[in-house]
Design a binder for this molecule. Structure first.
Ligand SMILES: Cc1ncc(COP(=O)(O)O)c(C=O)c1O
Length: 400
């Protein structure tokens, strides 16, 4: 009898975590490595939020909580959805989990049966397909490319939906491409979804606040209220408030789905950390200037990285509309040989030779379902980004 499950055999470990670990090991062994692989803000969590957590500890708010969130946090989330997204939820339509990741996973485990398909636009966040597989479903894909700004069209969506499609996962601004759909572009997609009443919408709004050049944010249930009864709107505090380690994500959706997700959570993690939940209340209800200040920094870094990469022979880097990632194409480098003799057969070979030869860790595009590309997370200092771009340029100039 096999010890490990058949399901696990179908799943890959997260490539972004694997590459970040490799970069950490190289650094520990004395190599000079710039890691641009992890998707987390380099800023510290704002002090007001830290203080709320310390208060929670001192006041003894250190016990198990209600499975899917304390009432104060659920109310703060309802208020946030109403204030920022024009969405009207009651606390019974809200769930809180250990990161957006657990919320997404709970939703998939609670709803997928063998044979159910989950439609995912590529390039996609690495975890979506594997979460679907772990939950017993089948991921299917619809591809955006550099020419379409890494977005999919209404026609592509229409053609990709099958009678087995249970969920459509929508992520804007996107990890890894930084693509963000305008309200009109999103409306074209929601019009298609209206014609398919059995398809549910999983909107991953994690990068909502990281939208550049004055663009306005829109989420599916807001753009098309008729979809709200089959939409789960997922968000979290990790990226918006530099709180990746606190592990708080949340979602609003129909009560039957929210209850089913709570059942999954009750038998897995019980509840997210009580202390982090109080910190999240402060994040959502306290001063919001961190969001504005960090956005300005990220936009400046985006411009720095886009210009730096477009100066590298063989690389084409479009300007993303949001998030803190760029997703350049390395089509012009494929087939060449690196200074130390590595044949660049694909984007994985590019990223691996770049790490070995120049000590810059990026994640290859195949991990996100669209090649030949790589992803840089520019949530790091201007100095590190400038040096990384210099090294990438050296690497590209050394290709023959
Ligand atoms: C698109 C997207 N969704 C969800 C998450 C999960 O975030 P967390 O679990 O930290 O809330 C991430 C994190 O990288 C992400 O990039």
């Amino acid at each position: 009898m096999a010890f490990l499950s058949d399901t696990l055999a179908r799943v890959k470990p997260s490539s972004t975590i694997a590459i970040s670990n490799k970069a950490r090991e190289m650094k520990a062994s004395g190599r000079d490595v710039i890691a641009l692989s992890a998707g987390e803000p380099d800023f510290d969590t704002p002090d007001t939020i830290k203080r709320a957590a310390i208060r929670a500890i001192e006041e003894g708010k250190t016990k198990y909580t209600a499975v899917d969130g304390i009432p104060e946090l659920k109310q703060a989330i309802c208020d946030k959805f109403a204030r920022e997204n024009g969405l009207s939820y009651t606390p019974s339509q809200i769930t809180v989990g250990t990161g957006g990741k657990q919320v997404l996973y709970n939703a998939l485990v609670a709803t997928l049966n063998p044979g159910d398909e989950v439609l995912i636009p590529a390039p996609y966040w690495v975890s979506y397909p594997d979460m679907v597989l772990l939950a017993g479903g089948t991921p299917t894909f619809v591809e955006g490319n550099m020419q379409t700004g890494y977005k999919i069209s209404a026609e592509q969506l229409e053609a990709a939906i099958t009678p087995k499609t249970k969920w459509f996962i929508f992520n804007s601004p996107s990890n890894p491409s930084g693509a963000a759909y305008s309200r009109d572009e999103l409306k074209a997609l929601t019009d298609v979804l209206l014609r398919h009443p059995d398809v549910w919408v999983l909107s991953d709004d994690m990068y909502e606040h990281l939208l550049f050049d004055g663009r306005e944010y829109a989420t599916p249930a807001q753009v098309e209220p008729a979809l709200a009864s089959r939409t789960l709107t997922v968000n979290g505090v990790s990226k918006a408030y530099a709180m990746t380690g606190w592990r708080i994500g949340y979602a609003g959706g129909p009560e039957t789905l929210i209850k089913a997700m709570a059942k999954v959570q009750s038998q897995s993690t019980s509840n997210p950390s009580s202390i982090s939940q109080y910190a999240a209340v402060e994040a959502l209800t306290g001063p919001q200037d961190y969001i504005h200040d960090s956005l300005a920094v990220f936009q400046r870094r985006r411009d720095l990285v886009v210009a730096g990469l477009n100066a590298c022979p063989g690389i084409t880097c479009p300007t993303p509309e949001g998030a803190f990632y760029v997703y350049p194409s390395v089509a012009g480098c494929i087939g060449k040989t690196s200074a130390s003799g590595v044949k660049i057969v694909n984007d994985e070979a590019f990223a691996s030779a770049l790490l070995e030869e120049q000590g810059v860790a990026v994640v290859f595009g195949a991990a996100f379902g669209l090649s030949p590309n790589f992803r840089i997370s520019y949530a790091t200092s201007d100095a590190a980004l400038t040096e990384a771009c210099r090294r990438i340029r050296l690497f590209c100039e050394g290709l023959n």
